[in-house]
Design a protein around this ligand. Structure first.
Ligand code: SF4
Ligand code: SF4
Length: 711
């Protein structure tokens, strides 16, 4: 028994090795004829497995004859394209075995043929080995059989090894980034939770594959930050890859929650196609760079959406894995049965609550914290200003405290039966005073929250909330997402919200949100004292509004950054917490000031405006006229201070007011020469976009309506 199993494992391993070698032979062939020969050999392997499968399905002499006949027939058929390719080669005046100086580029047909053959071989081999070991359930549908085959260790482990070997064998033709991605992909496939039964393997595999996927996304984002341009084929591969991972995590959730592995199996097959179609044409990845991604909103949106879907589903998977009882209770699943209208409404409701529950779960927030926090750490490493460095540290600490520790640990211990949204970070503030029954019980805390945060905002600006306390800045301010602020100036929608002006669109959005906040808070209060009984799908109205705002709308608008711009909660005024905070800022001491107005008048870069993540492009004009700038939209990120090439800008708050009142200088003098001498004179510090290399000019997007950058 053991010897038989060991032999089958050895057979699968051999299959992986031979397949990888044939893939390399096809990809590195220096004549078309040779690549067709490699494909023919791959086809022959599959045809041998067909004979085995037919026999194992009908283990008899007749079955054996039928299997051999089918296999032989197909071998003859597969000779046709090979002979045709050899003939074409001969007619072209070159012998069938003549070789060129370098590998020939495989056409799309050969690339697709290669991916299809590898996939077919793997499916046939796994099917055969499952039949041989009695691991295939009988009597199910063909889709169930397909799911069984793909989710088997024969398929998943062999695929993982094959992917690893192929990547290593072709490493000389692949860039470092592609190689890293392929190696991580292979490891993720190895840790497929569906591969083995029991409880230990699925748990281990869920944790390890989730960690690997988080690492892969961090690597991918940082790569995008450093490389703004790459070959179009690589861009397409990245989007396909994250789309497949989105489907894979969704499939994992379906498998874990409903016990159906079909979606997961489908995602594995799609991943294989994506990988092998890419490996078949590695030169495509080395082609000339295309348009920078900062000028490709659709591509960026597709990438963010794929990553985000994968993350939400991963959050759900981890929640079910780690706390199944809590998760099941937190997800009101409505039956998809009845009239079409009912089915549609129930499906929408299920989608809403699935999304909200996953996005509000501790595990999702921890995972996002790790991923986006890593990008903030990268940003920290290149931040020069001490004040900005301190703020980034506070931001990360606040995320850990208010998105993870308090809601998931502290409040959960204090109020074990309170529903999730009531354990939000800043208790009371997001929901309005007295809006939730729990808040009434801790009215003093709610009031204190307003007083403390209001006072801090008045003294130090809304950065206390919007750049430190809130969970949003951790998501916005990591390297890559921060670089997406270029969309604030290029997207037609985001441009409507540029500058410190409170446009009509801003006022309408903000007004509607504030009316909704007051309305739902009032309803909630009247509910809680028994005067009314208004609930939304069984939820307190203010809790529902909170969930819709921060567990749904916030994330939808996050992935929509390429259209709505970065920090759109601030620029569009749809976050009521930010709007309340802005009101305190209006009466406070916070403003931006320059050390020397003349420097701004001479400045040709306008880097402060280009660096602003909330699109306050009118700030240089104010600096030139008055030497200072106030805007309720400014959330004190300080990128403008960081990016000013003349060290001319600083954030002024209560500390500077006190110094001024005491007759002391508000700030230190400038440390770099003035720009008055013009470009090329003096030690000009590196401007913010210099790291973009060849794509720099392309991302210097027009800042003003006349199409100029101001430079
Ligand atoms: S506007 Fe709202 S969501 Fe955006 S950073 Fe400020 S508090 Fe957070
Ligand atoms: S980049 Fe610096 S010098 Fe130029 S306008 Fe902005 S604050 Fe003034």
């Amino acid at each position: 028994m053991f010897a038989g199993s060991a032999a089958l494992v050895a057979l699968a391993a051999l299959m992986a090795i031979v397949t990888a070698l044939l893939i390399r032979a096809a990809v590195e062939a220096r004549s078309r004829a040779r690549s067709w020969i490699a494909l023919f050999l791959l086809a022959m392997m599959g045809e041998m497995w067909i004979a085995a499968v037919v026999y194992l399905l009908h283990p008899s002499t007749a079955g054996l004859i039928a299997g051999v006949a089918a296999s032989g027939g197909l071998m003859v058929v597969s000779l046709v394209p090979l002979v045709a390719a050899l003939e074409r080669s001969r007619r072209a005046g070159r012998g069938a075995t003549a070789i060129g100086p370098a590998p020939v580029s495989l056409g799309p047909a050969v690339g697709i043929g290669l991916a299809s053959l590898v996939l077919a071989n793997e499916l046939l081999m796994s099917w055969g080995l499952l039949l041989a070991t009695g691991g295939l359930a009988t009597g199910g549908t063909s889709l169930a059989a397909f799911s069984n085959v793909v989710n088997s260790p024969w398929f998943l482990f062999t695929m993982s090894g094959e992917m690893l070997l192929s990547a290593l064998l072709l490493r000389g033709r692949l860039s470092r980034a592609v190689l890293v991605l392929l190696l991580v992909q292979s490891a993720i496939m190895l840790f497929s939770p569906t591969a083995l039964g029991g409880t230990s393997w699925p748990s281990l595999a869920i944790y390890v594959s989730s960690a690997l996927m988080i690492g892969l996304f961090v690597y991918l984002f940082e790569y995008l930050y450093r490389q703004r341009q790459f070959a179009p084929a690589f861009g397409a591969y990245l989007v396909e890859l994250v789309a497949v991972y989105g489907l894979m995590m969704a499939g994992l959730f379906v498998w874990q929650y409903f016990g159906d592995g079909l979606v997961f199996a489908l995602s594995v097959v799609l991943e294989m196609i994506v990988v092998y179609a890419a490996l078949a044409r590695p030169d495509g990845f080395r082609a000339a760079p295309g348009t920078p991604w900062q000028l490709r909103p659709h591509w960026t949106f597709a990438l963010l959406t794929g990553v985000f879907v994968a993350e939400v589903c991963m959050g759900a998977v981890l929640s079910v894995q780690l706390d199944p009882a809590d998760y099941v209770g937190g997800f009101p699943f409505l039956p998809l049965a009845g009239a079409p209208g009912t089915v549609l409404l129930n499906a929408l409701s299920n989608g809403f609550w699935f999304f909200a529950t996953a996005a509000g779960s501790s595990w999702f927030l921890i995972m996002m914290g790790l991923e986006m926090g890593a990008l903030v750490v990268f940003k920290f490493r290149e931040t020069k200003s001490l004040e900005n460095r301190i703020r980034l540290l506070l931001l990360m600490g606040c995320y850990a405290a208010f998105a993870v520790f308090y809601p998931s640990i502290y409040f959960a211990l204090l109020f074990p039966h309170a529903p999730n949204p009531s354990t939000v970070a800043v208790l009371g503030w997001p929901m309005g005073i007295g809006s939730y029954p729990l808040a009434i019980g801790v009215f003093g805390t709610v009031l204190l929250t307003y007083v403390i945060l209001g006072a801090l905002t008045a003294l130090f600006g809304r950065r206390v909330v919007c750049s430190v306390f809130c969970t949003a800045p951790l998501m916005y301010q990591g390297t890559t997402i921060d670089a997406m602020k270029s969309f604030n100036r290029s997207s037609p929608v985001a441009r409507k919200y540029l500058s410190s002006r409170l446009s009509g669109a801003y006022s309408v959005t903000m007004g509607l949100v504030m009316v909704a906040l007051v309305g739902t808070s009032l309803l909630s209060y009247l509910d809680s004292i028994g005067k009314l009984a208004v609930y939304v799908q069984g939820n307190d109205p203010s809790v529902f509004f909170f969930v819709a705002s921060f567990s749904i709308a916030w994330y939808v608008l996050f992935v929509a950054i390429p259209y709505a711009g970065n920090y759109n909660c601030v620029t569009m005024g749809w976050c009521y917490t930010g709007v309340i905070s802005a009101a305190f800022q209006k009466i406070g001491a916070f403003k931006l000031k320059v050390r020397d107005k003349q420097v701004c008048r001479d400045c040709k870069t306008l880097d402060c405006a280009k660096g602003c993540p909330v699109g306050l492009v009118d700030m240089p004009g104010h600096f030139r006229q008055t030497g200072e700038f106030r805007s309720t939209k400014c959330c004190g990120v300080g990128d403008c201070v960081e990016d000013c090439p003349y060290d001319n800008l600083y954030i002024s708050d209560i500390r500077h007011t006190v110094r001024r009142l005491l007759g002391r200088p508000e700030t230190r003098p400038r440390r770099v020469p003035t720009p008055a001498a013009g470009w090329g004179h003096g030690p000009r510090p590196v401007p913010s976009l210099a790291r973009l290399g060849p794509s720099k000019e392309a991302v210097l997007l027009p800042m003003f309506r006349d199409g100029t950058t101001g430079a």
